[in-house]
Every structure is written in C-alpha cells, then in structure tokens.
Design a protein around this ligand. Structure first.
Ligand code: NAD
Ligand code: LMR
Length: 342
C-alpha cells in the first residue's frame, strides 16, 4: 500500500503573502475545547488548511479572543466562536468534522485512567450534542483516556440512534508521530521516509509500535526494539514529567491532530489514498476497539488494514497478547459508564 498522507507533514501555506483561494470542496470543522493547550495550536494549524471553509471554535472558557486573533490570518477558513453549552448546537450545525480535545490533562504521577471521572462526563455531554446537531459528522476524539472515551462516544451515539462506527476515530496519531521521530533518530533515517504502524490503544503497554513493519525496511537489535518500544509507550509521560505539573503534550499533539484532521478532510474530499492509524471499532482482534492502520474514505473507515498483524515477531506477538486485558478493561469501563447514563 502506498502511504500518501501518513508520512507527510500537513501542507504549508505556499506563499504567506498571497491569500489562498478556496478549492472546489471545502468543509466545516468544529473544535470542542478550542481554548485549551491543544485546542489553540490545533486551531492555528488547521486554519492553514485550504480544505476548510469554516472553523467553529467552542469552549466553556472564553474563545472570543482566540477566534478574533486567528481570524486575521489570510487563509480561507472563516473563524467563529461559541462559548457556553447554549451555543454548542449552533457551533455544530452543518459541520463535517468535529474534533474533541476538551478535558483535563495529566500531572506527574497520574495515569490517563486517572482522568476518567472528569473527562468521561465531558466527552459524554459533547458527543450527545454532536449526535443531536451533527449526526453525520466524522468525530475525532483526543480527550483521554482514549481507550475509554471512544467506547463512551460509541455508546452515547448508539443511544441516540446515530452511531456510525466508520465515522468515530480515537486519535492515536501522536504515537505514530513519536515512533517515526524516535526511529528516524535512532537509525539516522530521513524523517520524511519513516512510517511506523502503531497498534493497540493509547496508554502505556497498550501502545504497540510494530517495528518489524517500519517503512523503509530497517533492522533493529533486540535491545533497540525494547528501548524504542518503551520510549514510544512512555512518550506522553516523558512530556508530562518535563512539564512538571504544567499539563501534557500540547504542541506535538496539535501537530499530530492537524495531520489527522487533514487526512480526514482529504478523505472527505475523495482522495482514494488516505491511510492513518486510529483507534476504531474493529474486528482485527477479539477486542471491540483497536488501533491499527485504516483506509479512510468519504464515508469514514473503508478498510481496517489487517496485514500489519501478520508475521509479527515473537516480541510483538507477546506484547499484543499482553496488552489485551488492560485494553479490554478500559473499553468495558467506558462502555459501562455510558450505558448507565440517562
Ligand atoms: P487543557 O486543560 O489545556 O485544555 C482543555 C480545554 O478543554 C480547556 O480549554 C477547557 O476549558 C476545555 N473544556 C473543559 N470542559 C469542557 C467542556 N465541557 N466543553 C468544552 N470545553 C471544555 O488540556 P489539553 O492539554 O488541551 O488536553 C486536553 C485533553 O487531551 C486531555 O484529556 C489530554 O489528556 C488529552 N490528550 C490526548 C492526546 C492523545 O494522543 N490523544 C495527547 C495529548 C493530550
Ligand atoms: C500523550 O500521549 O501525550 C497524551 O496521551 C497525554 C498524556 O497524558 O500522556
């Protein structure tokens, strides 16, 4: 399979002095949690996309200033701000893609699951609004713990009778971005060439980089595999500790999410060659949700790429079995939480 988007950075603005002209197909995108550490740089990065005609920024904190600021960039997307739940419906009406980075981030010593109680409720209420006002939109969920918030979203959408599993994505692109960076550094490769599929989930040992499937083909010693795997699995914690109480990854996450948004929009635009890793409903393993490479098209996930799980090394096969109990428990925790809601 040719990787068109996965190994490419989002397209830069060609000439910053020339306003970009909108293309034939353009899309409306809403960011819920737009005033946050991820929301702000993500809004900036995707304001640069010529595929976006309208960018709706929503937060319970004030987003007016952020929208005013961004709206002065001479790129086509019209920026509108929405604050307070009373404005959420208008924010969502007619949007093609909803990105959800709303929620609290980790502090040192916390796991992503420690965020569950607060973020589960935030995701529940936001996804319920998406179901009511943008039932056909693609939904990209960033809020942690992704291993639980995506199953929560699925159950809420089911309750509302609008669940389309092909359109619900847990954003795990940061794991791929990290894996690409760390592998390129370790092996002295050109960053642009490197593509590492990362499967499983988005937390600790559930993050499984498949180093035997790296493109271009590259060999690692056992020590290198172990060291790289642990570093990729702990990338989030590395940033949380470095920020020392100031939150978790925001800039690299915004970069990764912008790539996933751009891929989603290219898919909506009819590009037939869009592949990304994402945490989606899946039959690839015995788990109901699983992150893997997927082909994305106009209607969402068109295919889950199963070939990455063939011919795993012994290390990868063991790691895959080892992650399943934790990932299953997180998925069930999310689903049960949502099923209990009124
Ligand atoms: P942040 O605290 O800086 O920003 C969160 C924003 O969400 C704030 O502006 C807040 O006002 C807003 N918010 C809270 N409740 C809301 C609601 N009900 N409706 C709308 N907005 C609401 O946090 P951050 O650093 O931007 O991180 C956000 C989330 O993303 C965290 O849960 C974090 O763990 C997660 N995250 C995920 C990944 C990933 O790879 N998927 C990577 C990094 C961070
Ligand atoms: C990450 O991987 O950076 C995010 O999931 C944030 C975190 O809590 O580590």
């Amino acid at each position: 399979l040719r990787q068109s988007v996965t190994s490419r950075a989002i397209a830069p603005v060609k000439d910053s002095m020339q306003p970009l002209q909108p293309q034939a197909s353009t899309f409306k995108v809403a960011i819920l949690g737009a005033a946050g550490g991820i929301g702000q740089p993500l809004s900036l990065l995707i304001k640069m996309s010529p595929l976006i005609s309208a960018l709706h920024l929503y937060d319970i904190a004030n987003v007016k200033g952020i929208a005013a600021d961004l709206s002065h960039c001479n790129t086509p997307a019209q920026v509108l701000d929405f604050t307070s739940p009373a404005e959420l419906g208008n924010c969502l009406k007619g949007v093609d893609l909803v990105v959800i980075p709303a929620g609290i981030p980790r502090k040192p010593g916390m796991t992503r699951d420690d965020l569950f109680t607060i973020n589960a409720n935030i995701v529940k209420s936001l996804v319920a609004a998406v179901a009511d006002h943008a039932p056909h939109a693609f939904i990209n969920i960033i809020s942690n713990p992704v291993n639980s918030t995506v199953p929560i979203a699925a159950e809420i959408l089911k309750k509302k009778g609008v669940y389309d599993p092909k359109k619900l994505f847990g954003v795990t692109t940061l794991d791929v971005v990290r894996a690409n960076t760390f592998v390129a550094q370790k092996k002295n490769l050109r960053l642009i060439d490197v593509d590492v599929p990362v499967v499983g989930g988005h937390s600790g040992i559930t993050i499984l980089p498949l180093l035997s499937k790296v493109r271009p083909s590259v060999t690692f010693t056992e020590e290198e595999v172990e060291e790289l795997t642990v570093r990729i699995q702990n990338g989030g914690t590395e940033v949380v500790e470095a920020k020392a109480g100031g939150g978790s990854a925001t800039l690299s996450m915004a970069y990764a999410a912008a790539r996933f948004v751009e891929s989603s929009l290219r898919a909506l635009d009819g590009d037939g060659d869009v592949y990304e890793c994402a945490f989606v409903q899946s039959e690839l393993t015995d788990l109901p949700f699983f992150a893997s490479r997927v082909k994305i098209g106009r209607k969402g996930v068109e295919a889950v790429i199963s070939s990455d799980l063939l011919g795993l090394t012994e290390f990868e096969a063991k790691a895959l079995e080892a992650l399943k109990p934790e990932l299953r428990a997180s998925i069930e925790k999310g689903a049960k939480f949502a099923q209990k809601q009124e």
